[in-house]
Design a protein around this ligand. Structure first.
Ligand code: NA7
Length: 553
């Protein structure tokens, strides 16, 4: 089964040999960067490895794939007509609908003529002058670009653990982030799913409906909240559309850009019976709003623990088998310490007689065999294994670009001890190279579409500024980068993620440096810092005119 579309539709463009701005990736970030930069008069072009646009939403076609932010918020805000015209059919859109939306945006803004598909960047090298990039693709094509923007997505480098015997397994192996376009036939099969992050939690109930037998291999139990997904009514949509600008403004004021109803008071101000009543109401409504029902659940550890225990109690209500129940109950970290998951019938699925749960923290996976999987305790016969084991988050997809900056230094070496950026956008010694939704920015901790819009717009303004002042080189200064990394560390230390193992700190990849990847200080604070930097003439960035105008034609 193939994960690639064979040939791109005719309206997509061939790769140019030269452009002003080369953008890598045709997901939410790359598409908006193309649209915005074109509008500002730049000759911009997108190169995309996939056979279609959509990025994450092009690749993640597994059963149950959907966003965990309400659809009406998980969408571009830059064009009022677009948000008025598009009709979301569900509270949380499923992958096909999000992909259709992205394709619609590409059509609507006539972007296909600036996108080349089926082309992976193999290497990007800074020219000697430090003012342009030579980008090589996997097919040997070369593009010269003044500016290079990586919009490659924080979760686009699928991670499959290097287990002994993996090549000997005779059945099928899949990863949610490279799901075959023509689907996977699960009927009559003994399926194993390794991993209980968002991908595993979303697919487990649906795989259980089709497979003959399902074994879930869980290393860390998650706190999963019922999504409460349902069709959106015409009245609800009309209500959102009547107040879309206000909704977006409210998003700008929220630290993770998401707008939810709230009681507007601290949990600890309420007596326990009222807390229970409130939390049960939010639990029944579904979604991540439960984390915002009270104002102190992410700032006061006592309130955070109360919510954590509330969720543990709900797991106990649902899961009937005592061993499964205990294994599914997270106790080693608080609700806010890792990314929570949204589900539809996740815990209930473990009550089905053909669904087993194996605790691979207690009994680690020791390898694969020709017929299945082995832990240090038992062997499991399987026809198909899904490695829902996550991604080399936030840096893996950047390293795959093989970017070399000043003195030929590769980004992988420059970031050997963890990513170093200024505002998550620029990197010292990598002039004219920018990253969208990368490490050091809020991205994955906010509504990523809105985080992307803010960065793209800021970057567009920066490039206009450089053009106005005649600068052909933009580079983060070492001091500004160091100061920003200090901010990133400080924000992490104050956050609920501090000290908890997760992909936010690289803990899911053996050997990856343990440093916080996203900026945890909130999207509002981040935006204010970016605005202040711009207002101060792009403090922290060195803008220079290196090549004489006559030789830079
Ligand atoms: P995640 O959230 O990184 O989840 C990966 C899961 O796989 C998680 O439960 C891991 O356990 C587990 N895992 C990873 N490696 C192993 C090995 N070697 N053995 C056993 N279990 C393993 O990835 P997802 O794709 O689910 O979600 C990514 C993001 O997409 C998500 O946060 C949303 O933003 C959407 P661990 O917790 O590391 O013990």
């Amino acid at each position: 089964m193939s994960t690639e579309s064979p040939t791109p539709p005719a309206e997509f463009a061939p790769l140019p040999t030269r452009c002003e701005v080369l953008i890598v990736g045709a997901g939410f970030g790359g598409i908006y960067a193309l649209h915005r930069l074109r509008g500002l008069g730049f000759d911009a072009h997108v190169v995309e490895a996939g056979g279609g646009v959509g990025g994450t939403w092009y690749w993640n076609r597994y059963p149950g794939a959907r966003c965990d932010v309400p659809s009406v918020q998980y969408s571009y805000s830059f064009d009022e007509d677009l948000q008025q015209d598009w009709v979301w059919t569900e509270r949380y859109a499923a992958q096909p609908e999000i992909l259709a939306y992205i394709e619609h945006v590409v059509d609507r803004f006539d972007l296909a003529s600036g996108i080349t598909l089926n082309t992976r960047v193999a290497a990007a090298d800074l020219d000697e002058s430090g003012t342009s990039w030579t980008v090589r693709t996997d097919s040997g094509a070369v593009v010269q670009a003044k500016f290079l923007i990586a919009a490659v997505g924080g979760l686009s480098s699928p991670q499959i653990p290097d287990l002994p015997g993996i090549e000997s397994f005779q059945g099928e192996i899949h990863h949610p982030g490279a799901w075959p376009h023509d689907g996977v036939d699960l009927a009559g099969k003994r399926v194993g799913i390794i991993g209980t992050g968002s991908s595993g939690v979303q697919m487990i109930p649906l795989v259980a409906q089709e497979a003959d037998h399902l074994t879930v291999f869980q290393r860390t139990p998650c706190y999963s909240i019922p999504a409460g997904n349902r069709p959106l009514t015409e009245e609800e949509l009309a209500q959102v559309k009547a107040t879309y600008p206000e909704l977006r403004q409210a998003g700008l004021r929220a630290s993770n850009s998401q707008v939810y109803p709230t009681e507007g008071r601290p949990m600890l101000a309420d007596p326990p019976e009222l807390r229970q009543e409130v939390l049960r109401r939010y639990w029944a409504d579904g979604g991540l709003g439960i984390a915002r029902a009270y104002t102190d659940t992410s700032t006061d550890p006592v309130a955070g623990e109360y919510l954590s225990q509330f969720i543990r109690d709900r797991i106990a209500d649902i899961v009937s088998d005592p061993d499964k129940r205990e294994a599914l109950t997270p106790r080693s970290f608080p609700f806010n310490g890792r990314r929570p998951t949204l589900d539809t019938n996740y815990y209930r699925t473990f009550n089905l007689p053909h669904v087993d749960l194996v605790d691979v923290r207690a009994h680690p996976i020791t390898g694969l065999t020709p017929t299945g999987l082995r832990t240090d305790e038992a062997e499991y016969d399987l026809d198909l294994i899904v490695f829902a084991t996550g991604y080399d988050a936030m840096t893996g997809s950047l390293f795959r670009l093989n970017v070399s900056g000043r003195d030929g230094r590769n980004l992988r070496d420059a970031w050997a001890d963890g990513p170093q950026t200024f505002l998550g956008l620029a990197v010292h010694q990598f002039p004219n190279f920018f990253v969208i939704a990368g490490p050091g920015s809020p991205s994955v901790l906010a509504t990523v579409v809105l985080a992307i819009e803010q960065q793209v717009e800021w970057l567009g303004d920066l490039l206009v500024h450089a053009r106005t002042v005649g600068a052909d080189s933009i580079e983060a200064t070492p001091d500004a980068q160091e100061d920003w990394m200090h901010e990133v560390r400080t924000a992490y230390e104050k956050s609920a993620f501090n000290g908890v193992d997760s992909w936010y700190v690289g803990a899911n990849i053996p050997g990856k440096p343990r440093v916080i990847l996203p900026y945890a200080g909130g999207a509002t604070t981040y935006r204010a810092v970016c605005d202040e930097v711009a207002a101060q003439g792009y403090r922290g960035l060195r803008l220079a005119s290196v090549v004489q105008p006559s030789t830079n034609a």
